[in-house]
Design a protein around this ligand. Structure first.
Ligand code: NAP
Length: 311
């Protein structure tokens, strides 16, 4: 009897493994979404990952709307992209720009109207802009926690909600958000940032389920460290600029590689992508499967990293 049960279990295991493998192969073989002529909106396109996404999607033939707060820096990106198009085999387009501050959610509706006017529709919205934070909770003003939340969470969801009705109306579109591995597990001295990215993950997971029926996919991308100015631009507990290129960020992934991974995720309409090495992936699993160990490791990291000023 036991042998029969054991054989049955083995068959079930082999069958489910086979189905899983087949599913993965089919997902890989699925034709990618075409990006030639697609209208792609990228927030935070003036630097770092946003700028590299702009390069990647421009080269793929997309019609870009680049967003940021600094008109001069965005114009520089437009010029670089236009110059890079010379001799390209593809039809490429001069990007449009829309200037607005994501932290000022009252202005986002106006910005969304401006974005829609650029090419008459939005096919892919990439919510990329963001700001980081370094600080000890004991010394952090509540206003700083709120400001980071405005830029990283309320801004992107306000823009998404303003552009979504036009996608639902057309039964077409794609929402992408650049979160972080810190949207899946929280590390010490990053409270405002990790909280904003956890909120982001939760909101866009809900959105995915709610709008799937309209044929609009939602992709959450969670990278580990990327070699950009994110830590330099980060805010500290009193709201001043951190101004330091952290070693972890300096040794992070090349933003060009991450941008190619974003392009691939958009083409494959992936739902949730973690772009990180084995350690962050292990930490994410530990947080779910062995939280007691994860909390111990984080406490020890907090003790080692910094002596809280407020002690
Ligand atoms: N670098 C990393 O290690 C890392 C890891 C995981 C996830 N990420 C995520 O990747 C995304 C891109 O960051 P990055 O690494 O490329 O950093 P970055 O070089 O500092 O770029 C941030 C971009 O966001 C824009 N931005 C910031 N605040 C804004 C606001 N209030 N309104 C509108 N735009 C604003 C900036 O544009 P202006 O200043 O010109 O307005 C800039 O273009 C962020 O969401 C970040 O959380 C980064």
């Amino acid at each position: 009897m036991e042998r029969v049960m054991g054989g049955g279990m083995l068959q079930l295991f082999l069958a489910s493994t086979g189905i899983l493998l087949l599913y993965r192969i089919l997902v890989r073989l699925r034709p990618g979404a075409a990006l030639q002529d697609a209208v792609v909106v990228i927030t935070g396109a003036s630097s770092g990952l946003g700028k590299e996404c702009a390069r990647a999607f421009h080269a793929a033939g997309a019609r870009l709307v680049l967003c940021g707060r600094d008109a001069g820096r965005l114009q520089q990106v437009v010029q670089e992209l236009t110059a890079s198009s010379t001799g390209s085999q593809r039809q490429t387009y001069t990007p449009s720009t829309v200037i607005f501050n994501l932290a000022d959610t009252d202005t986002v509706d106006r910005a969304a109207d401006e974005i829609l006017k650029c090419f008459g529709q939005v096919d892919v919205l990439i919510n990329n802009a963001g700001i980081s934070y370094r600080g000890n909770i004991l010394d952090t003003h509540l206003s700083v926690q709120r400001d980071v939340m405005e830029t990283n969470y309320f801004g992107p969801i306000a823009l998404t909600q303003a552009l979504l009705p036009s996608m639902v109306h057309r039964r077409s579109g794609h929402i992408v958000v650049i979160s972080s591995v810190q949207g899946k597990m929280a590390i010490p001295y990053r409270s405002a940032y990790a909280a904003s990215k956890h909120a982001t993950q939760a909101y866009f997971d809900c959105l995915r389920a709610e709008i799937e029926r309209y044929g609009i996919p939602v992709t959450v991308i969670s990278p580990g460290y990327i070699r950009t100015s994110l830590s330099v631009n980060a805010v500290t507990g009193d709201g001043s600029k951190y101004g330091v290129l952290d070693k972890t960020t300096a040794m992070g992934r090349d933003p060009r590689d991450v941008a190619q991974a974003v392009l691939k995720a958009v083409r494959q309409r992936s739902k949730d992508v973690v772009l990180a090495g084995p350690m962050p992936n292990l930490a994410i699993y530990l947080r779910t499967l062995w939280p007691a160990l994860f909390f111990k490791l984080m406490s020890s990291r907090a003790r080692k990293e910094q002596k809280p000023k407020a002690e």
